[in-house]
Design a protein around this ligand. Sequence first.
Ligand SMILES: *[C@@H]1O[C@H](CO)[C@@H](O)[C@H](O)[C@H]1NC(C)=O
Ligand SMILES: *[C@@H]1O[C@H](CO)[C@@H](O)[C@H](O)[C@H]1NC(C)=O
Ligand SMILES: *[C@@H]1O[C@H](CO)[C@@H](O)[C@H](O)[C@H]1NC(C)=O
Length: 363
Amino acid sequence: MGRGAPLGPCLLRAALLLLLSLCPAAGSTWMWLGIAAAGGPEKPGCTSPPLSRRQLDLCEQKPELAPAIREGARLGLQECRSQFRHERWDCRSPPAARRGTAAPAALGHQLSSGTKETAFIYAVTSAGLVHSVTRSCSAGNVTECSCDPSLRHGGSASEGWHWGGCSDDIHYGMSFSRKFLDMPLKNLTGKSGSGLVVMNLHNNEAGRQAVAKLMSVDCRCHGVSGSCAVKTCWKTMSSFEKIGRFLKDKYENSIQISDRLKKKLRRKEKSQRKVPIGKEDLLYVNKSPNYCVEDQKLGIPGTQGRECNRTSQGPDGCNLLCCGRGYNTHVVRHVERCECKFVWCCYVRCRRCETMTDVHTCK
Ligand SMILES: *[C@@H]1O[C@H](CO)[C@@H](O)[C@H](O)[C@H]1NC(C)=O
Ligand SMILES: *[C@@H]1O[C@H](CO)[C@@H](O)[C@H](O)[C@H]1NC(C)=O
Ligand SMILES: *[C@@H]1O[C@H](CO)[C@@H](O)[C@H](O)[C@H]1NC(C)=O
């Protein structure tokens, strides 16, 4: 369907903020997120994350990576939802679209709209893929990669430590993520001319760079009863939550670029053009909508029915989250075991406690 069709018009449509499903080539690049979005039953091998043609080829060449591909998509989307759980856009799609299985339906517009939110999704899922593939490498599940061989020996005897154990080697994961996620985008245009494509490619790379930048060193002490005379150290990736927080910060400070490219990336803000753009920065082309009201077509769920915090001044506060529409309050009753006492011997006796809490939801 449309795979051989000219891609220029397709991208143009994406730029015009129409549904991604009208744009089969761009959509299929993102189908791999579908499985994680739908949370459907897993099938073994490369059949279960719905993949584009090229991605399927890659997966079939390396079937041992299929679990890591699934895990990468899951990791990325889960982190997106966690980082945005208090915001108007919470990395979810309207309930009706959620019933669909493919990510284009699930995240809809957000994958093609060229906004800050698009930037975050690309970065966090591309980072997720690096993370999960690297984990597989370290676990010895992939023939082409393993723990970092350069960090198996050596160290500094005078400082009392040496490399040992398994250091995560992200090179294979980085290059796999580039092949798997960037190549289909590049092939979309033939040349990477459009602002939207350049933006997406840059944000994919920003996600990978975040994983690389947040690598750290862990050590374990040896020696007589914790004297720590000798330490074994290894390089390890940060938790994905930490990577997610880093990317969220990049999202808050993301840079708008001009979609009319002149050979290279340019900031939209003319007075800022001299300030260089870093490879870890997140870039966007289009301003975001306010995400207040449901819009099926654009894949925006709106904030009606979302739980808000009456006392918070932050984005989760009822004022901001409900976009000034006000909120409903209902009382929720919790029953739990409390005041538990240990009774000699040997049981625990508790009372039943009831608490009432007010829950506020946006009108
Ligand atoms: C490695 O493979 C084993 C066996 O298939 C699996 O149980 C484990 O989860 C895999 N580990 C990683 C990190 O991929
Ligand atoms: C995509 O691009 C790569 C490298 O640029 C090339 O090897 C491959 O044949 C292209 N695939 C398609 C389907 O155009
Ligand atoms: C609501 O916000 C306040 C202030 O930010 C915070 O202290 C409180 O824990 C929040 N309540 C809930 C239920 O999250």
